[in-house]
Design a protein around this ligand. Sequence first.
Ligand SMILES: *Cc1c(COP(=O)(O)O)cnc(C)c1O
Length: 375
Amino acid sequence: MRPWNFSAGPSALPLEVLQQAAAEMTDWRGCGMSVMEMSHRGKQFTQIRDEAEADLRELLAVPDDYEVLFMQGGATAENAIVPLNLIGRGGAGKADYVLSGIWSNKSHKEAQRYGDIAVAASSGAEKVLDGVKQAPWTWFPAANSWQPRPDASYLHLCSNETIGGVEFVSWPDMAALGAPDVPLVVDASSHFLSRPIDFSKAAMVYAGAQKNAGPAGVTIVIVRRDLLGHALAVCPSAFDYANVAGASSMFNTPPTYAIYIAGLVFKWLLRQGGVAAIEQANIAKSQALYACLDGSGLYRSPVHAAVRSRMNVPFFLHDEALNSEFLAQAEAAGLMQLKGHKSVGGMRASIYNAVPLEGVQALISFMQDFEHRHG
Ligand SMILES: *Cc1c(COP(=O)(O)O)cnc(C)c1O
């Protein structure tokens, strides 16, 4: 049996997808070529791309007035590509950011190169919530506390902070925040396809594929069509959403193999019963793991209970001297890549779509056993 893989990204892919890719590696469906060897403009790859888009639209019920783009550069490149495309909208050259952890802070920092950037809300301070003192970046600012500027060209949010393990899905109606014309732009990289997306709230959602949707190399951008066509003159042509949309993501050579694998993941998700079904599985997995943490004398979750991520679960051992023993024994038990991000320390279990309940149960059994031996 393969070990269980809790990597935060690049991360576990469904075994069925890997097996199908292996079977098709040298000869895709009798055409005599690997997908890696095909022209991106040929009929085989055109079919692969078109099916990937159609399946993704079905999975997320993407409205017809949104474009689906397959881009490159990861979510990090989007930190620049978003302002390059959107900050020129409306002419004020302003954009606002909600700061909730490492990824949103990076987005905010990069955007400062392109205009007048403000912080609409931040969780970068200690706060007492439900009687518990929460450390910075372990909670999420309630939407009714955000202060977007009504003339901002967009408001940026990271809806799942992969490192901090904070997930926020109660996206506000911007009109209720006094900013009806400000589109919400969401970095959903690390929980993309783990649950439905409310496109009535978000004008744009983007995700690097390598967390939950495929391999590294493709970035998925879903953007409302009226946001296109406002790119700054300095925006690289290949990063102008209008160009990419106009060419069906073939403005230049797209990351063909990554799109193919992401497409196989989409088909796998449809076979699982779609996003609604995978969401139920993700609820069961995350509840089991948080119950293990909360019921333990050795482990603890640092994150405010109301915004704990279903995908990325950071946790600490009360006795940090046991960290390396914990990791070594976990690995020996077939539980891989549990070390926490260096900026946070401790452990992190990323339990993306491709990690089944069985894998989470194996982790929980190991953790309980480890606690008995060290409690
Ligand atoms: C991983 C991640 C990024 C950065 O992705 P890259 O592909 O390395 O650019 C940005 N935002 C979030 C939420 C992430 O999880």
